[in-house]
Design a protein around this ligand. Structure first.
Ligand code: NAD
Length: 248
């Protein structure tokens, strides 16, 4: 099987760390990005400088048309993918449910849930032995929020990640006999830019004391779990929700 991996939202954070680590493990990597072309190209350049293969492909995972165009570009430029990492995600920690706009809810679910499911659908159409594929691995990036509930102005995010957990288990069982493994990682408090984007720049520092390991994790530590789940070393692991949360 050719090792071609598509990682959504890979211009920074956990996605970028996963792209770099996957390339080190011999994957040809597709670095999907929403808007920051220069950052995505920076990830690609680093991988190429180390002798790896990578391309950057723009695409908004909240847009079906963008997802279809992205998969077509990958088919043409690299070939059929054998791994998908549904990493792109947004968070917003600025409103309790009684102040939450429907627009925010739609953005949360369009990006974090529907985007992941549509990408998974396109991946299954390419990986499944039913469709002439030779199998593959899908890793969904969920969150510890899915079991904590996140009653701190982002219950919608927790609900979206809960949907991802359930989708992971269901899809894993649906396609298990077609050569596709589906798993999720559930990061805890990880030091990335998502906290500033979501409205709480000091979140990792402020909440580290709640983590049994007394620190935030790094994007690289989450990437290690994702790349293992992508790899043949995880050949009998499917429908698993793996916490990478320092015990939180
Ligand atoms: P990040 O903000 O650095 O990365 C998220 C990436 O997704 C960004 O590159 C962003 O541009 C991209 N993205 C957002 N909307 C997109 C869209 N519509 N289309 C394409 N790309 C889009 O944050 P991160 O911490 O690296 O987050 C990666 C994943 O990890 C997310 O799914 C997030 O929910 C999850 N997660 C993060 C933490 C944490 O503490 N950092 C904890 C649990 C789960």
């Amino acid at each position: 099987m050719e090792k071609i991996a598509l990682i959504t939202g890979a211009s920074r954070g956990i996605g970028a760390a996963t792209a770099r680590l996957a390339a080190k493990h011999g994957w040809a990597v597709v670095v999907n990005y929403l808007a920051n072309e220069a950052a995505a190209q920076g990830v690609v350049d680093t991988i190429r400088a180390d002798g790896g293969t990578a391309i950057a492909v723009q695409g908004d995972v909240a847009s079906e048309a963008d997802i279809l165009a992205m998969f077509q570009a990958v088919d043409t430029e690299l070939g059929r993918i054998s791994a998908l990492v549904n990493n792109a995600g947004v968070v917003d920690v600025t409103a309790r449910v009684d102040a939450m706009s429907t627009e925010r809810l739609r953005r949360m679910f369009d990006t974090n849930v529907i985007g992941s499911i549509v990408c998974a659908r396109e991946a299954v159409r390419r990986m499944s032995t039913r469709h002439g594929g030779s199998g593959g691995a899908i890793v969904n990036v969920s969150s510890a929020a899915s079991r904590l509930g996140s009653a701190h102005q982002y219950v919608d995010y927790a609900a979206a990640k809960g949907a991802i957990d359930t989708f992971t288990i269901g899809l894993a069982r649906e396609v298990a006999a077609e050569g596709i493994r589906v798993n999720a990682v559930r990061p805890g408090l990880i030091e990335t830019d998502i906290h500033a984007s979501g409205g709480l720049p000091d979140r990792v520092r402020d909440l580290s004391h709640q983590v049994p390991m007394l620190r935030g994790g790094t994007a690289g530590e989450v990437a290690e779990a994702i790349v293992w789940l992508m790899s043949p070393a995880a050949s009998y692991t499917t429908a698993t929700l793996m916490d990478v949360s320092g015990g939180r």
